[in-house]
Design a protein around this ligand. Structure first.
Ligand code: FES
Length: 161
């Protein structure tokens, strides 16, 4: 029997004892987000990395470590380890995927919106998860620039700005 379009919530209800689904819009992770969560890209560490950062989201306690290798001002390798929700893992993975191969100047222009767009969207209440990958990337770049030019206090971009 074909369900009426306004009866879609019943598709997710297995039996009458299940609690009712919340009112309003319910947004689900799309297939690409699930793929990046299930098979995250660029997981690992880089020994003697050119830049490193450890960042966390104080609102939920999730954390991310990120390493970059830079050759001729281009990110030639990038690795991460994240402790967090599916949104954090998927957006961390995509942040590294879109940063790989970019010049330092290009990578510093990336935003959390770029990560979300590349993933084809994430549920509204998971938007904040996409900040962690970008914060880690910018902090690792700032670390790289500081190591390269330790006397320049203005090098790097403050990831919290
Ligand atoms: S809930 Fe903490 S990053 Fe997703």
């Amino acid at each position: 029997m074909v369900k009426k379009s306004n009866d879609w919530k019943s598709l997710y209800k297995k039996n009458d004892e299940d609690p009712p689904l919340p009112e309003g819009h319910i947004l689900f992770y799309n297939e690409l987000v699930i793929d990046h969560f299930s098979n995250p890209r660029n997981v690992g560490e880089i020994n003697d990395a050119d830049g490193y950062a450890l960042v966390g989201d104080p609102s939920c306690g999730d954390q991310m470590k990120l390493w970059i290798r830079v050759n001729e001002e281009r990110i030639s390798d990038i690795k991460f380890k994240s402790f967090g929700c599916p949104g954090a893992i998927a957006t961390s993975s995509m942040a590294t995927a879109i940063a790989l191969g970019k010049t330092i100047t290009e990578a510093k222009q990336l935003t959390d919106d770029d990560v979300i767009l590349a993933l084809g969207g994430i549920p509204e209440n998971k938007r904040h998860c996409s900040l962690m990958g970008i914060h880690a990337l910018l902090a690792a770049i700032a670390d790289y620039e500081k190591k390269r030019n330790p006397k320049d206090p203005g090098s790097g971009r403050n990831p919290s700005s």
